[in-house]
Design a protein around this ligand. Structure first.
Ligand code: TGC
Ligand code: FAD
Length: 390
């Protein structure tokens, strides 16, 4: 697929970015144009994750951009992380998933809640992609309500014995380690690092997805897995620990959704200028202009939202409810833009010649994972009223 992306910046939001932010954006954008756009449609059609991109994602710094350099990260700020997610998701949500799971759901908990030994053992290899991780929170009977999880472990001397299962886990079929959330004998939730090869641990792949086809999704099954106690994250327990990781990933998704929306808008704009019907480019028709004007309006609002949220995060001032607002708004914005953009392309919009239909299907996962559209509304409702309506 030819990549002729140009990025809209209607409100000169570039003025709000530093030179370093712009350099990061440019280099990530070039990588996406060179390495993702030309191959991604084929991989999505084949329902296969392009594994060869892992090494390159490590090289461009997409694994743990904000993790300190002493652990192999890039030591960048939150806006830099967001910009990278924006550019990568412009290529494909599944590739951004791989980067954000590795960064926010695997490296982040080890960095924030891990022992020094765990940080030194895992983080540098995760940063290069030499080691890949996944995050196991969701269970077959506990999706939106992870606090009800039944995966559990029992004390067994210097080990614990882990039982249960997780489903819908991005990257599980090939991950080397899984950060798994499980209850101890007192029903307290802990993060446990489970390593591939431990007896009783398996990761079957989930097939027949119509969404996120270029991402590998699977289960995590624990059948009396003997895990050394040194693999338990010591720094924080309780549901708040995985929810802190989700806050970081949800923030990245708020930027990623902007990347998808920009790609759809850009494709629709170019097509409408070239496609002639009734003797004129369809871009000259009011109905198509309405679509394009509304897309640009929503993208601009979302850009300002994520930029401001990034600054709050840089100052440790972003609340979970603020993050929910941005994830919910921006993904919904991208879903609507993908649908409108697809219509601008008429019949061509349903083909793999253009990225829009793939984005549109991917977004059905993005609006569901990391907290559904409904759950983020309820988080906001709770924050506004003080009443928990879950
Ligand atoms: P609740 O009683 O409200 O809270 C339990 C404890 O957690 C604390 N807390 C938080 N702490 C840190 N950050 C947050 N965002 C927090 N939200 C709550 C809270 O203060 C409390 O602490 P304590 O000390 O009092 O115990 O919990 P609840 O059981 O009522 O549930 C709250 C709810 C519904 C908001 C939460 O469970 C939720 O967010 N559900 C959605 C589940 C979800 O998002 N799953 C995502 C799975 S991972 C994924 O989808 C990866 S896709 C990756 C990809 O491919 O990109
Ligand atoms: P449910 O919780 O069963 O929700 C079903 C419907 O009910 C939804 O519309 C929901 O909004 C609604 N609902 C639920 N509770 C309420 C309520 N209180 N009030 C009103 N409505 C409600 N999880 C991981 O742990 N790690 C991963 O890496 C991961 N990757 C994923 C990748 C993909 C492709 C997908 C699709 C999912 C992934 N997930 C992952 C799981 C994801 O987080 C869950 O699918 C999501 O949290 C929703 O859970 P559920 O699917 O069980 O839906």
């Amino acid at each position: 697929m030819h990549d002729n992306f140009t990025s809209p910046d209607f409100y000169q939001i570039d003025d709000l970015l530093s030179e370093e932010h712009k350099l990061i954006r440019e280099s990530t954008r070039q990588w996406v144009s060179k390495s993702v756009s030309p191959i991604i449609e084929d991989y999505a059609q084949k329902a296969e994750f392009p594994k060869h991109l892992i090494k390159e994602l490590g090289e461009i710094g997409a694994f743990g951009p904000y993790i300190p350099e002493k652990y192999g990260g890039a030591g960048l700020d939150q806006i830099s992380y967001g910009i990278m997610m924006q550019e990568i998701e412009r290529g494909d949500s599944g590739i951004r998933s791989t980067a954000s799971v590795q960064s926010s759901l695997v490296m982040y908990p080890i960095w924030k809640f891990g022992s020094e030994d765990q940080k030194e053992k895992f983080l540098p290899k995760l940063a290069t992609g030499e080691m890949m991780g996944c995050f196991g929170l969701t269970e077959p009977d506990h999706g939106s309500n992870p606090g009800g999880m039944i995966t559990n472990f029992k004390d067994d001397g210097d080990h614990v014995i882990l039982n249960g299962s997780k489903m819908w886990i991005s990257n599980s079929p090939f991950a080397d380690i899984a950060v798994v959330w499980a209850k101890d004998e007192n029903k307290r939730i802990h993060g446990v690092i489970v390593e591939r090869g431990m007896e009783g641990f398996s990761t079957p792949e989930t097939h027949n997805k119509w969404s996120l086809r270029a991402s590998s999704t699977g289960e995590l099954i624990f059948d009396n897995v003997k895990v050394p106690k040194e693999n338990i994250l010591p720094g924080k327990s309780g549901l708040g620990a995985p929810l802190m990781c989700l806050d970081s990933a949800r923030y990245g998704i708020s930027w990623g959704a902007i990347g998808v929306a920009m790609d759809c808008y850009n494709t629709a704009l170019k097509y409408s200028l070239e496609r002639v019907q009734f003797g004129k480019p369809i871009a000259a028709k009011q109905l198509q202009q309405k679509k394009l004007a509304e897309m640009l309006t929503e993208i601009t609002k979302a850009q300002l939202l994520s930029w401001k949220l990034g600054n709050l995060k840089n100052n440790n001032k972003a609340s979970s409810a603020q993050i929910s607002l941005a994830k919910r708004n921006n993904v919904d914005m991208a879903v609507n833009i993908a649908r409108e953009a697809r219509q601008v392309l008429g019949g061509m919009g349903i083909t793999g010649e253009y990225s829009i239909m793939r984005h549109m299907m991917n977004l059905e996962s993005v609006i569901t994972y990391e907290g559904t559209h409904d759950i983020h509304l309820l988080i906001l409702g709770h924050d506004i009223t003080g009443h928990n309506a879950f």
